[in-house]
Design a protein around this ligand. Structure first.
Ligand code: TYD
Ligand code: MG
Length: 453
């Protein structure tokens, strides 16, 4: 009997070891090394038969490479195209990560059903009936979308050879397994091997492949980091499960910018694209309350007006609590220190809670000014004018720093009916004949006197 070959793999970074050890010497994590069965053969599962699509690569001059290969396949979802940088690039591998239940399967099934191309949706997680039920909720019938419930890559490739789809969706990479590695599905060596088979398939046939990937409890895509290196694009679907809004973000994109976001709304009949996010993120509420401020932020190429809510109250327990939802908690602490030191607010013994409404998270530093304004407003219990919005970064010495694309921000605020915007004095505004009043501020003290009088 042939000897069973095993190797030890770090489940975090994918490094292999010949024997077990407590700590991975590559990523320094403890207890991540697990023994896995390996039985590799030279045979590769895609294209064993040497089918017609196979070609041997040879050096080619850049000028001689046909650009027609770079034509992107446009999906019917504008938001999805935007995040990808214009559409699906033939032969690219796209990994979509996100928490369980956030809507990854819904997003890709909906996309597959609405694509004007022949699509194969492979599911290792749900049965045909379950997918059909979901497809009925999304309510679009498609003659071009094929569903396959299969987890063995060899069988998937066999079906692909008969159907010849233009796009392949795999839900999820962790459920796949290949015959050439013996360990269980979802293990590092399986994920790596299945992904490399899919890459080979994608590159040789110029078919885009969309993969769904689970994420671990600390928010990383389950499997080795190399999975993210192997694919061309890594997308993340995020949002608060208790809210309806979902954000599609690109974390890595070989064919486009990583700053773009797509915004969706989860309805009972699937995901709806949100074309004008600013409108929905600001409450329509006519009564202005203390602790609310509107920030003009920028995500990628689009402006987003978000409402910041702060609650400052006397701490009941000895140590005051500071908590932020949708905003970096460390940055909140920094802004509190700036307010304390530069503007004389006594916040040391107060609880401070901060929330960005709509369940979204923003990391544009331009919202600092609105965060500061919301905290001041709540602390003093004075409401801010509801037609005022703010944009600007706050520095450690309390100076208000300029932000990029100011003209775009101002016009968005104007479009949404704001009558006044606070911004840094150092921002050069080239806009002419704007009706919105521009209030330039240099220091945090100016903001205090402007807002609180
Ligand atoms: P799902 O796509 O199964 O999540 P994932 O694949 O990321 O685990 O999404 C499941 C959630 O979406 C579930 O809580 C129900 C909700 N949902 C809707 O609200 N509307 C719909 O039309 C569909 C299909 C799902
Ligand atoms: Mg799913």
């Amino acid at each position: 009997m042939a000897k069973v070959k095993t190797a030890f793999y770090c489940q975090n970074c994918g490094t292999s070891f010949s024997k077990w050890q407590g700590q991975c010497t590559s990523c320094n994590n403890w207890n991540t090394i697990v023994e896995e069965l390996v039985q590799k053969t030279d045979k590769k599962s895609w294209n064993n038969s040497g089918s017609t699509i196979k070609k041997v690569a040879k050096p080619t001059k850049v000028s001689e490479i046909k650009t027609s290969q770079e034509v992107r396949l446009k999906t019917t979802s504008k938001e999805f195209n935007r995040v990808l940088g214009g559409g699906l690039v033939p032969g690219s591998l796209i990994l979509l990560g996100g928490e369980p239940g956030i809507g990854k399967s819904t997003l890709l099934l909906q996309l597959a059903l609405r694509l004007p191309f022949k699509t194969l949706y492979v599911s290792g997680e749900e049965s045909m009936q379950q997918i059909k039920m979901r497809a009925e909720r999304i309510t679009r019938n498609s003659d071009l979308c094929y569903i396959l419930t299969e987890t063995k890559t060899q069988n998937i490739f066999k079906q692909i050879e008969t159907i010849i789809p233009d796009i392949v969706v795999i839900d999820s990479i962790q459920t796949l397994h290949t015959d050439y590695v013996e360990s269980s599905a979802g293990s590092i060596s399986q994920i790596r091997e299945c992904t490399s088979e899919l890459i080979k398939f994608a590159k040789e046939t110029a078919t885009p492949v969309l993969l769904i990937g689970h994420i671990t409890k600390d928010g990383h895509i389950a499997g080795p980091k190399i999975l993210e290196h192997m694919v061309d694009t890594v997308l993340q679907f995020e949002g608060d499960r208790n809210h309806v809004y979902r954000i599609l973000r690109s974390l890595k994109n070989r064919f486009g910018s990583t700053h773009e976001i797509g915004i969706f709304e989860m309805l009972s009949n699937g995901l709806r694209e949100v074309a004008n996010p600013s409108k929905i993120l600001i409450s329509e509420n006519n009564e202005q309350l203390s602790g609310n401020a509107v920030a003009v932020s920028l995500e990628g190429m689009r402006t987003l007006l978000v409402e910041i809510q702060a609650l400052v109250s006397t701490a009941v327990y000895g140590t005051p609590q500071r908590s932020a939802t949708g905003y970096n908690a460390k940055r909140l602490n920094m802004l509190l220190a700036v307010l304390e030191k530069r503007a004389g607010f006594r916040l040391g013994a107060k609880d401070v809670f901060l929330n960005i409404t709509g369940g979204i998270s923003v990391d544009d530093p331009a919202i600092d000014l609105a965060v500061v304004a919301a905290i001041m407003s709540s602390n003093e219990d004075i409401t801010l004018d509801k037609n005022t919005c703010l944009t600007g970064e706050v520095g450690l010495s309390g100076e208000i720093r300029p932000v990029n694309k100011i003209d775009q921000r101002i016009s968005e605020a104007e479009k949404l009916g704001f009558s006044k915007i606070l911004l840094s004095k150092h921002n050069k505004v080239s806009l002419k004949n704007t009706t919105i009043q521009l209030v330039f501020v240099t220091k945090i003290e100016d903001v205090v006197s402007e807002l609180l009088g």
